[in-house]
Design a protein around this ligand. Structure first.
Ligand SMILES: Cc1cc2nc3c(=O)[nH]c(=O)nc-3n(C[C@H](O)[C@H](O)[C@H](O)COP(=O)(O)O)c2cc1C
Length: 400
């Protein structure tokens, strides 16, 4: 394998050993956690959100729920967890300790104060003096904190994002990133407000407000805390499409580094974020489910991918996919795809394509001797049959 220094990545003024960072969450809940993450090979970490000692943080139990596939694999994860359980003085000492042991990694302190920007400024000064490389403003936690006027209550209000960013930026020298909530109609508005306030970059996204499921026997939404529940934050593979969409929107409208977050589990997921404009990615749920060790395969895979595509750095991938993103009305109407059986041996005549096309499409497919026959005159080229085919027997030809 090529040396991992090949993955050196630029994040604004900071340099990462690789573009894989631990997001602010349980895997960065203590010094010991972060040290183990760095030993496994993560390029950076964002500390679980630090808050003034006076802000009462009492977690509930249980605080997680999951949506799993038929094989038990994780599709989506919901949490109603709050912020760091450690004191400010714990992190003051801890930041120094991590810095000393891993001077080559990027350590970002996520912070949240009360509704008064002064408390954010004080906390920002403290974590800066302790030695963190950058600060991330958590204005995006979707549960609990908005009820106290912070978290997403700030992130959903662009003037407040602007005011808070401006206050913190003027009180510190280190770069200030602002973490966006996806729970807003147009995420570019708070992102632009943060940029106008002097942010060094944007982190996107925090978790997506959700109810992960309902117990149909007791009628109670998950997770049940002594019989009651609350709206939580959704994360993991299910939110990757939301994260990708939001990152592309932000990268397409402001010229600042973006840390892409949401459903990253593999190096391929990370490449997708980089192609849509992210400079680096942050990972939470995949580590909670599979451990810090997943970064080894992420590093290995990205090194091979860069070599295969002829790139010398992850930086060269940044935004390449944005060139192929345009307004719907600008998309070509001159091309039609035509479904064809590309591998007849794979088709077992299950008929899924026929049913999908009959009830969700144009009635263009019938089975003859257990093989799909496509009527080109009826086919509208929507592509549904190819997606529902479980065996991969159907492919697409492009008609001009
Ligand atoms: C249990 C849990 C706790 C989290 N705590 C925080 C937090 O303290 N601060 C923060 O900014 N984001 C927090 N997050 C959000 C993550 O940092 C991340 O934005 C989100 O989970 C999406 O990434 P993922 O799909 O890789 O998990 C938390 C997420 C989870 C699942």
């Amino acid at each position: 394998m090529t040396d991992q220094s090949d993955l050196t990545t630029t994040l604004g003024k900071l340099t990462l050993k690789n573009p894989f960072m631990l997001a602010s969450a349980p895997p960065t809940a203590s010094v010991e956690h972060i040290l183990r993450g760095f030993r496994a090979g993560w390029g950076g970490a964002v500390i679980k959100t630090i808050h003034p000692d006076g802000m009462a943080i009492r977690d509930v139990s249980p605080r997680f729920a999951a949506w799993k596939g038929a094989g038990g694999e994780l599709l989506g994860f919901e949490n109603i967890e709050l912020l760091s359980k450690k004191s400010v003085s714990y992190w003051e000492a801890g930041i120094g300790q991590i810095r000393e042991e891993f001077p080559d990694r990027i350590l970002i302190a996520s912070i949240m104060g009360d509704p008064d920007p002064k408390s954010w400024q004080e906390l920002a000064g403290t974590v800066q003096d302790a030695g963190c490389d950058a600060i991330e403003l958590n204005v995006s936690c979707p549960h609990g904190m908005p009820e106290a006027g912070v978290g997403a209550a700030i992130g959903q209000n662009p003037p407040l994002v602007n005011q808070l960013t401006r206050s913190v930026v003027k009180s510190v020298k280190v770069p200030v990133y602002v973490k966006m909530t996806p729970n807003i109609t147009d995420i570019t508005l708070p992102a632009k407000a943060a940029a106008a306030g002097g942010a060094a970059g944007i982190s996107a996204i925090n978790s997506v407000q959700s109810l992960c499921g309902v117990d149909i026997e007791t009628f109670g939404p998950h997770p049940s805390v002594d019989g009651m529940s609350t709206h939580g934050g959704y994360s993991g593979p299910a939110i990757k499409p939301i994260g990708l969409g939001r990152v592309a929107a932000i990268a397409g409208c402001i010229d600042l580094p973006v840390m892409g977050i949401g459903g990253v589990s593999t190096w391929q997921d990370a490449v997708e974020y980089l192609l849509l404009g992210a400079s680096a990615v942050q990972v939470c749920t995949a580590v909670m489910w599979n451990g810090y060790g997943i970064v080894k395969e992420m590093n290995r895979g990205l090194v091979s991918y860069l070599a295969w595509k002829g790139f010398s750095s992850p930086d060269e991938l940044r935004g390449l996919g944005l060139r192929q993103l345009t307004a719907h009305q600008s998309l070509s109407r001159d091309v039609r795809i035509r479904p064809v059986i590309t591998d007849a041996k794979k088709c077992d005549g299950c008929g899924r394509c026929v049913v999908a096309c009959r009830d969700g499409g144009y009635g263009a497919i019938r089975l003859v001797k257990k093989k799909p026959i496509i009527d080109p005159a009826a086919c509208d080229g929507c592509g549904l049959c190819i997606l529902v085919c479980p065996s991969g027997a159907l492919g697409a030809l492009e008609d001009q």
